[in-house]
Design a protein around this ligand. Sequence first.
Ligand code: CO
Length: 161
Amino acid sequence: MAIRKIVMYPAEVLEKKCRPVEKFDKKLAKLLDDMYDTMIEHDGVGLAAPQIGIDEQIAIVDIDDESGTIEMINPRIINISGEQTGPEGCLSFPDLFGEVTRPNYVKIEAFNRKGKKYTLEAEEFLARAIQHEIDHLNGVLFTSKVSRYLEEDELKGVESE
Ligand code: CO
């Protein structure tokens, strides 16, 4: 396991649509383990492969709740509903935080590291984190959705991904 370098904005890899994963092999497992270490090292709640320079549809989310670490390979949003507005940060934009409005509920379909397809439903903060990561895989950055940037005194407890 190893900590990878995080790609900071601006970078081409952060704004392109990622390629689907085709091989569910040891290399993919190692990459996911490295992504986990990198996310934890930077106190993040999620990380997408383009953020470590890899343009493949791989992302992880771990908001430190009972869901554990969610590994999403080739994820697809299949249902959304409701609305939530809350603070968001991104590991590729240090010191930049903003309010983003997103659906409150999301249902996704994705593959795990073994290539097994699963569906997952999430609400509130977990749904927000999942959508932030899936956006990364489509080259969409949270800054394109920020309605208001936050001041320093509003940042308590805001986490990046
Ligand atoms: Co991000």
